[in-house]
Design a protein around this ligand. Sequence first.
Ligand code: PLP
Ligand code: COI
Length: 338
Amino acid sequence: MENINWSDLTFGYMKTDYNVRSYYRNGKWGDPEVTDSEQITMHMASTCLHYGQEAFEGLKAFKGKDGKIRIFRMRENALRMQASCRGIMMAELPVELFEKVVLEAVKRNERFVPPYESGASLYIRPLLIGTAPQVGVKPGNEYLFVVFVTPVGPYFKTGFKPTPYVILRGFDRAAPHGTGTIKVGGNYAASLVAGEIAHEKGYSAVLYLDAKEKKYIDECGPANFFGIKNNTYITPASTSILPSITNKSLMVLAEEIGLKVERRPIPVEELATLEEAGACGTAAVISPVSRIDDLDENKSYIFSKDGAPGPVSEKLYNKLRAIQYGDEADKYGWTTVL
Ligand code: PLP
Ligand code: COI
């Protein structure tokens, strides 16, 4: 603990002091339990292991200059986890219980919230899994909700620097009207092969196209996509992408700084007309895109030649971070102060 180098943190797991759990049994959720064990014991026939009854969330806590800890848009994550529960027939977790367990997990691990100056944050990982034994394909009747935390730095090694992305037309992450709009583990399993190919070729992540027509932009591996042109913030509307809370926040901030906002299908060719492009998400924050290579079509779209983020992306990034760290007034009520 004494020798954590806060400014050098990457996006990875570090053991903290406690995690907090609630069990769903006999039709109801139990009171939160605090434990220092990193292990879960479960039945080998648990529905999470066989039929993918598993959903997770990702949110962050930030330490401000004033020493206060702020959690960003926790309620939105609670609501999205409920949507995931409905999507794969798991017992729906009450919003209040989600919030209570998250707050307890952060409080119990306060000493792991990185100091303001480091620019790092505490990543909060809520997980909900089906633990009832079942061999037939049907939903179980027992669940475990657990929240652990871990201090993190930037998701992409370079932080707020433009990096390249790749379109790999031979891979899909999620089908239209499938599970792409909820945060279930299966979507991430489906993205591993393409993700590895992208990394081997030197790209930060895959930029997925819509699976049906391969005509429109979907999202960027573990983040949503946005583009900037003609003073407009443009982001895909799609039935196979995760509704990103960061993206939702950026749309509000974009309007605040005088941009128009468009949420609509974005044809791949439109990439050629964008002045800036970025990936956005809790882990990614804003990760500016330097270039997108459409390998199968032998095309490249270039957004940054000088290695610097675009001016609009930079403004949005600074504004979002200022609210998260408490440097700017929280006029939308997005943060929960511990
Ligand atoms: N898209 C995918 C597939 C993700 O995993 C994430 C991360 O949660 C996002 C988008 C960004 O969502 P959020 O801004 O809510 O973190
Ligand atoms: C997040 O941004 O919170 C994510 O969940 C992305 C990734 C680490 C899965």
